[in-house]
Design a protein around this ligand. Structure first.
Ligand code: GRG
Length: 297
C-alpha cells in the first residue's frame, strides 16, 4: 500500500473521530464557558488522530462495531490532547505553537490551559465509563484501568517526569528508550490494546498487538526526533529544532542521524513481523508501521 493510500484512510478515520469528539465535547456555555471553549479549541484544532486510528484498526481485527472503537479512540485522543496542552506550558516545554496554531496558554492563559488539560483527562474516563462505549461493564472497567495505567505515574506522566529530570544530563540509549516507552509508547500501546479489549481478543492476540505497538511507538518517537531536526515549522505544526536547541538528549543526539534512521526502519519492519498471526485485516496496521517512519509531520 502506498503512503498516499494510507494517508487517505488515516484522514477518513480522523474525520469520523472528529465528528464523535464534536458531539462528546461539552458546548461552551455558562460561566465556565472559557475552559469548555479551550477544550474544543485544543481538541478540534487539527492533529493526525493516529492513536484513534490504531484503536479503530486493532478493533477491526476482531470485528468490533465502528461506533464503539471510535468512542474509545476519542477518549484516547482527549488524553493525548491534554498531554500536549500541559507539555506546552511554560513550566514544561514552553511552546507557542501546536498543530499549527497558538498553544492553549497563548490563546487563553496559563490557568485555563491547566484546567483544559485536567478537564480533557477526566472527560476521557467519562466517555469510557458510558454504556455507549460497550454494553459489558467488565470491558468498560478494563478499558478505564488500562488507559489510566498507561497515562499515569508509571506511564506517560512518569515518562514526562523522567524527561524533565534528565534535562542537561548525559543519558544513555537504555535510559532514553525507557523514557520514551513511557512518555510516548504507553499511549500508543494502549491504543492498540484497546481494540483487542473491545473485541475480547485472546491473550496471544493481545500479546502480538502489544509487541507490534512497542516497536511502533519507538519508531514513531525516533521519527519525531528526526523531524525536530529535519522538519520545517510550517510542516510539523510546532517549533522545529526545539530539542536540538535545548541540548536535549534524543535518539538522534545519541545515535546520530543515519543510525537513528536505520533504527527506526528496523523497528518498523519488526513491528510488521509481529502482525504475522493476523490476516489481511491487519494491512492498515502494517501500513501504519511504514507511515510512522516516512511521515513529514
Ligand atoms: C504533560 C503529562 C504530560 C505529558 C506530556 C506526550 C507528551 C507527554 C508530550 C508531548 C511532547 C512530544 C512532542 C512528544 C513527542 C511525541 C509526540 C507525542 C508527538 C505528538 O504526537 P502526534 O505526532 O501529534 O501524534 P498530533 O498533533 O498529530 O496529534
Amino acid at each position: 500500500m502506498s503512503n498516499s493510500q494510507f494517508e487517505k484512510v488515516l484522514a477518513e478515520t480522523a474525520g469520523k473521530v472528529e465528528a464523535v469528539l464534536e458531539n462528546l465535547l461539552p458546548r461552551a456555555e455558562g460561566p465556565e464557558a472559557q475552559v469548555l471553549d479551550a477544550m474544543r479549541y485544543a481538541t478540534l484544532g487539527g492533529g493526525k488522530r493516529f492513536r484513534p486510528f490504531l484503536a479503530c484498526e486493532s478493533a477491526r481485527l476482531f470485528d468490533v462495531q465502528d461506533a464503539c472503537a471510535l468512542r474509545v479512540g476519542a477518549a484516547i485522543e482527549c488524553i493525548h490532547t491534554y498531554s500536549l496542552v500541559h507539555d506546552d506550558l511554560p513550566c514544561m516545554d514552553d511552546d507557542d505553537l501546536r498543530r499549527g496554531q497558538p498553544t492553549v496558554h497563548r490563546e487563553y492563559d496559563e490557568a485555563t490551559a491547566v484546567l483544559t488539560g485536567d478537564a480533557l483527562l477526566t472527560l476521557a474516563f467519562e466517555i469510557l465509563a458510558d454504556e455507549d462505549t460497550h454494553e459489558d461493564h467488565r470491558i468498560r472497567c478494563k478499558l478505564v484501568s488500562r488507559l489510566a495505567a498507561a497515562s499515569g505515574g508509571h506511564g506517560m506522566v512518569g515518562g514526562q517526569m523522567i524527561d524533565l529530570a534528565s534535562e542537561g544530563k548525559d543519558i544513555n540509549i537504555g535510559s532514553i528508550t525507557r523514557l520514551q516507552q513511557l512518555k510516548t509508547g504507553a499511549l500508543i500501546a494502549v491504543s492498540c490494546e484497546a481494540g483487542g479489549i473491545l473485541g475480547r481478543a485472546s491473550p496471544e492476540a493481545l500479546h502480538a498487538l502489544h509487541a507490534y505497538a512497542h516497536d511502533l511507538g519507538l519508531a514513531f518517537q525516533i521519527a519525531d526526533d528526526l523531524l525536530d531536526i529535519e522538519g520545517e515549522t510550517e510542516t510539523i505544526g510546532k517549533t522545529a529544532g526545539k530539542d536540538q536547541n535545548a541540548g536535549k538528549a534524543t535518539f538522534v543526539s545519541i545515535l546520530g542521524l543515519e543510525r537513528a534512521r536505520a533504527q527506526a526502519r528496523m523497528l518498523s519492519d519488526q513491528a510488521i513481523k509481529h502482525l504475522d498471526p493476523f490476516d489481511d485485516r491487519a494491512d492498515m496496521l502494517r501500513a501504519a508501521a511504514q507511515f510512522v517512519v516516512d511521515r513529514q509531520n
